[in-house]
Design a protein around this ligand. Structure first.
Ligand code: CUA
Length: 152
């Protein structure tokens, strides 16, 4: 009788152990809460969803997701246009070296890393043309790397 109890206990512990390992492995495959970065392969990122179709996606009432690619020496897509009051969730990665992504006159300013997607959200309350600049030295034409975002 005692042996049987020990056997049940042993099996229970084994199940608990397996459950813990399983949950741990599952959790490791996910982004930890509060960490808004995730990894991508810079060599294939422009052939992989969603970065194979860079640009804006409407996700709600005047709310957009922007998927952007930086490369030497430009951004894809070349131009962005959004309505006034739009909230934009930027997701950006690099196809080659480290670039920058700064929208002049806003708080949007981030590093663009190959192999990593960086995220930032901004609400555009004022209309106008906003200059987007690369503010990390990335090679010969670094100072000409830029684009515009138009808020209408
Ligand atoms: Cu890209 Cu500097």
């Amino acid at each position: 009788r005692l042996e049987k109890m020990w056997l049940i206990f042993g099996i229970s512990m084994l199940i608990v152990f397996l459950a813990v390992v399983g949950v741990g492995a599952f959790a490791m495959g996910m982004t930890p809460p509060g960490d808004h970065r995730h990894t991508v392969n810079p060599e294939t990122v422009d052939q992989t969803e969603p970065f194979n179709h860079p640009g804006l996606r409407k996700i709600g009432e005047n709310e957009y997701e922007a998927y952007l690619l930086a490369f030497a020496f430009g951004y894809s897509p070349e131009k962005l246009e959004i309505p006034k009051g739009a909230t934009v969730h930027f997701n950006i990665t690099s196809k080659d070296v480290v670039h920058g992504f700064e929208i002049v006159g806003t708080t949007v300013n981030m590093m663009v890393m190959p192999g990593e997607v960086n995220h930032l959200t901004y609400k555009f309350d004022k209309p106008g043309d906003f200059l987007i600049l690369c503010n990390e030295y990335c090679g010969g034409a670094h100072e000409y790397m830029g684009t515009t975002l138009t808020v209408t």
